[in-house]
Design a protein around this ligand. Sequence first.
Ligand SMILES: Cc1cc2nc3c(=O)[nH]c(=O)nc-3n(C[C@H](O)[C@H](O)[C@H](O)COP(=O)(O)O)c2cc1C
Length: 231
Amino acid sequence: MDYLGKSINGLFDSKAMANSENKTIIIQLNPPAALSGNNLQVLLEKRYSCRYFQDKKISLDSLGNILWAACGKKYNSVTGATRTIPSAGATYPLELFVVVGRNSVDRLKESAYQYLIEEHSLKIILTGDRRQELCRACLGQDFITKAPVSLIISAEFKRTRQRYGERGDRYVYIETGHACQNTYLAVTNLGLGAVEVGAFNDRDVKSMINSNKDLQPIIVISMGYPMEWGK
Ligand SMILES: Cc1cc2nc3c(=O)[nH]c(=O)nc-3n(C[C@H](O)[C@H](O)[C@H](O)COP(=O)(O)O)c2cc1C
């Protein structure tokens, strides 16, 4: 018997015996709330998809924090990690765009921007309040017109395909999931709410990030201060 079996006082022994008799084995885990109540735990408990937003500005620093959490650059001299999310083969296929409404973010004009990951800065790619356009592209999901900010996560698939062939596509979607979850958690941490939007017309959303023809939009995430009555 190895140390794992001994550490749970014989429980492991009896289950192992049950296994040899082909019975179903169920191991009850402690409820997660009993573990620690640390920040991550609290954020995971609080996260939900918010579709009702207050007419309240987001600060530019909050937006910067969210973008950095989603897919930002860092350098950890011990681990060598250079982004807030993992990337298959460090091929970094993702590019982020932000649609900012009128009077929606302090010190930021209504426009569509690209988040320049290396520089941690925003570059204007389309001027004007583009929320109506984005809402139409997302099949009329009208909370998008109320959300101060919507993030468009897109990818240049060939960066990852060049290394992994067709399997690379799978890795790109997984990496997008990492960025989405980081966004949800960062938003929650700032007292904001967000919802990810996968139902959209690819061509129409793509036209809003027209800076690069190889970029494919994968998911939109709309965010803002939530209405008190939640969902
Ligand atoms: C890939 C993906 C696409 C989604 N697309 C939409 C969408 O187009 N519109 C929407 O209102 N919610 C969308 N959602 C949010 C889900 O409806 C939501 O996560 C689900 O109802 C569970 O609720 P919760 O996030 O509050 O736990 C999407 C979620 C995922 C993961």
